[in-house]
Design a protein. Structure first.
Lengths: 114, 118
């Protein structure tokens, strides 16, 4: 079945450091790929998405590129801020099945220190 | 944007009691809601799909008689953990799907409910 694997955390970075959180997936066909972020005490928020190969999703300085050849969707940000401290989830969905649930990775906790 | 709330945010109960968790879509109507469960340091695992006006669809391995789901209106789904036991302690998260949203990004997530069974 479909699955998502993302790097284990926690990840601790200094402010303005470069961030990469790796995500790879296993799926039949061509899933849509997502990154969600969960700030402390809040619900999951969609950060960015990509629906086909070579698409690049971007938002708030974060970006991720849908790489079919490596089945990856790594999250990157050039310069992190303390406010980026949160848990990040990589997820996929079947784009052909309407309202279907998401398959999530385990989540990666990011802590950014000033 | 659209908001989904959950109540309570955290609950502690004694073993053998039942606990009801509410999931509400606050500014849109949701024909479909999903219930997930998350153990520490693990993925969100889908428990069931809740459709307004019909029976929920449970994932394999999820006991439907233990985790009762009711989606009686377009803005409210409830998950009742019956005869709770310590192994049911977990973080329960719901998401609501906007029928006018089209693509998957219109799933909106609640903040989660942390259940501790003593």
């Amino acid at each position: 079945g479909n699955s998502v694997t993302q790097m284990e955390g926690p990840v601790t970075l200094s402010e303005e450091a470069f961030l990469t959180i790796n995500c790879t997936y296993t799926a039949t066909g061509y899933p849509s790929l997502f990154w969600y972020v969960q700030y402390p005490g809040e619900g999951l928020q969609l950060l960015l998405k990509a629906t086909k190969a070579d698409d690049k999703g971007s938002n708030k300085g974060f970006e991720a590129t849908y790489r079919k050849e490596t089945t990856s969707f790594h999250l990157e940000k050039g310069s992190v801020q303390v406010s980026d401290s949160a848990v990040y989830f990589c997820a996929l969905s079947d784009p052909y099945s309407g309202n279907t649930p998401l398959v999530f990775g385990k989540g990666t906790r990011l802590s950014v220190i000033a | 944007g659209a908001v989904v709330s959950q109540h309570p945010s955290r609950v502690i109960c004694k073993s053998g009691t039942s606990v009801k968790i509410e999931c509400r879509s606050l500014d849109f109507q949701a024909t479909t809601m999903f219930w997930y469960r998350q153990f520490p340091k693990q993925s969100l695992m889908l428990m069931a799909t809740s459709n307004e006006g019909s029976k929920a669809t449970y994932e394999q391995g999820v006991e439907k008689d233990k985790f009762l789901i009711n989606h009686a209106s377009l803005t409210l789904s409830t998950l009742t953990v019956t005869s709770a036991h310590p192994e049911d302690s977990s973080f329960y998260i719901c998401s609501a799907s906007d029928p006018f949203g089209g693509l998957q990004e219109t799933q909106y997530f609640g903040p989660g409910t942390r259940l501790l069974v003593l």
